[in-house]
Design a protein around this ligand. Structure first.
Ligand SMILES: C[S@@+](CC[C@H](N)C(=O)[O-])C[C@H]1O[C@@H](n2cnc3c(N)ncnc32)[C@H](O)[C@@H]1O
Length: 257
């Protein structure tokens, strides 16, 4: 009860995030699917391929760039900032893989959802830093009641921020806003925010529809529930699935033929 009251006060103090309440309420309609972790995990395990194989299947000939080796000083600094951060946020995913994908695909209009410390943000910004035409819009709503607002994206160095816009909104407002900024045409998206079944099924079609031919849809933690699997089935696409530290990432390349 006290927890619920605290949640209500948190939203009252940050009214721009109130639309997220309605998204969360919708989850009760999908109760069984929200709890489909085991089935989703099995599907991921059965279909996962190595990261190297995935790059080849996506038509990327260049080898994987290990960002901690390529940008050692930047990554060391980022690790130090994250370790000293007074709040604990969501951790890093398959950042070298993401970096390699974005760099090799020459993506210029990129959206990501879910920033936290900013590991995926950093991986993407490092991939586009030499292409001044490229930019990244990230959308993030802070964790409810965690007071982490000031630390969202804290590991992103100042010199990489020129190509970065951070929107602090719930996805339900933030994704349409980011898409509008890119005239509804994007080259790549990385989805790592509301990973509930309901959240994915709402956001995925919006992002997918805005992807250009050969655009990349990259979804983190697809083992959480059947949302990503069902989305792929709804658009009749077979995803590429990779594993990273026991979690799974799904990738779709938009091709009309
Ligand atoms: C797993 S973390 C992101 C990690 C990040 N991609 C990285 O690689 O470091 C998820 C982030 O999404 C945010 N988030 C969760 N639900 C959201 C929503 N509905 N709208 C916007 N942001 C959301 C969380 O507060 C958190 O900052």
């Amino acid at each position: 009860m006290i927890d619920k009251v605290k949640t209500v006060f948190w939203f009252i103090s940050k009214p721009k995030y109130i639309p997220q309440i309605f998204q969360v309420l919708k989850r009760s309609k999908n109760k069984a699917l929200e709890d489909s972790h085991d089935e989703a995990l099995n599907w991921c395990k059965q279909n996962a391929i190595s990261q190297t194989e995935a790059l080849k299947k996506l038509g990327i000939q260049s080898p994987m760039i290990q960002i901690d080796q390529e940008y050692t000083a930047t990554l060391n600094k980022a690790n130090e900032i994250a370790q000293n951060c007074p709040v604990q946020m969501g951790g890093e995913g398959a950042t070298s893989f993401l970096h390699t994908l974005i760099k090799a695909s020459n993506s210029t209009k990129i959206i990501e959802t879910g920033v936290a410390y900013g590991w995926s943000t950093l991986a993407i910004l490092l991939a586009i830093k030499d292409n001044k035409k490229a930019s990244l819009i990230s959308n993030d709503m802070p964790y409810i009641k965690m007071n982490n607002d000031d630390y969202v994206g804290c590991i992103v160095p100042e010199d990489l921020k020129k190509q970065w816009t951070l929107q602090r909104l719930a996805d339900v407002n933030g994704i349409p806003k980011a898409l509008a900024s890119f005239n509804n045409q994007i080259d790549a998206c990385h989805y790592d925010s509301d990973k509930s079944y309901t959240g994915r099924m709402w956001a995925s079609p919006l992002l997918w529809n805005a992807l250009v031919e050969n655009g990349l849809f990259i979804a983190d933690d697809i083992n959480d529930n059947l949302g990503f699997k069902h989305f792929c089935e709804s658009i009749q696409q077979t995803p590429i699935i990779i594993e990273h530290q026991g979690k799974y990432v799904g990738i779709l390349k938009k091709q009309s033929h």
